[in-house]
Design a protein around this ligand. Structure first.
Ligand code: ATP
Ligand code: MG
Length: 203
């Protein structure tokens, strides 16, 4: 390469920094993230007991330990963005709240049977909106349009299940929310807690 060409591409320092950036990008770890609410261990087991009484067994019951209500799904995020995301979430102020889970729903296309909240425009929705804004201000894309708060009970259900024999009636208390990393393992999906924030603002 001639001297002129080298010069036209800028200084050696600038080139080194470009190379470093490309190297960093190629090594960058991406993580699959979502914000969610987790019912207490006691409520998880009450929900699993009710599920057993409400329907005959189905093919792919979600393990009770995995029960959660997604607030915002972020998808694959470069690990270096986590710090900024955390900073931006710190500014959220929301009080602990109660939500009533008394509905059952079925989405035929993904074959998902879920337990839903009647809390249409309540604190659960507001928290989801606040988290979406925080994610956006940290430069992450997320969408809560058409958001329906739900807890997945069964996956890969082919035909619409009958109405539950026993109607659900759960009062769930939430005093924190969690950023989970979703990991695929040989035995199924695993959610690893990456960060947790208390709900401590005023309603
Ligand atoms: P698996 O995909 O292995 O069946 P999963 O759906 O629970 O398990 P993820 O796909 O990582 O695992 O999803 C984590 C959470 O985010 C789940 O609650 C899931 O319903 C929700 N989620 C996944 N994809 C989207 C999406 N495109 N939009 C909104 N929520 C999503
Ligand atoms: Mg999925």
């Amino acid at each position: 390469m001639s001297r002129e060409t080298k010069a036209s591409r800028g200084s050696r320092a600038a080139r080194d920094s470009r190379v470093a950036r490309v190297n960093r990008m190629s090594r960058e770890r991406f993580v699959r993230l979502f914000f969610a609410l987790e019912p207490s261990a006691e409520n998880k087991s009450l929900i699993a007991d009710w599920r057993e009484r409400a329907w005959p067994p189905m093919a792919r019951a979600v393990p009770a330990a995995n029960f959660h209500i997604t607030l915002v799904f972020l998808g694959e995020v470069a690990e270096h963005k986590l710090e900024q995301l955390g900073d931006s979430v710190e500014s959220i102020s929301a009080a602990p709240f109660i939500s009533y889970f008394t509905q059952v729903g079925f989405w035929p296309k993904p074959g998902i049977l879920w337990l839903g909240s009647v809390d249409d425009a309540g604190p659960l929705q507001s928290l989801a909106v606040a988290l979406r804004r925080a994610a956006n201000s940290a430069g992450l894309r997320s969408d809560t349009r058409g958001y329906i708060p739900h807890l997945t009970l069964q996956r890969a259900v082919r035909d619409a299940p009958p109405a539950p024999i026993v109607a659900p009636d759960f009062t769930l208390h939430f005093d924190r929310f969690t950023l989970f990393e979703s990991q695929q393992t040989r035995t199924g999906v695993r959610y690893v807690e990456r960060a947790e924030w208390p709900l401590r603002g005023f309603a």
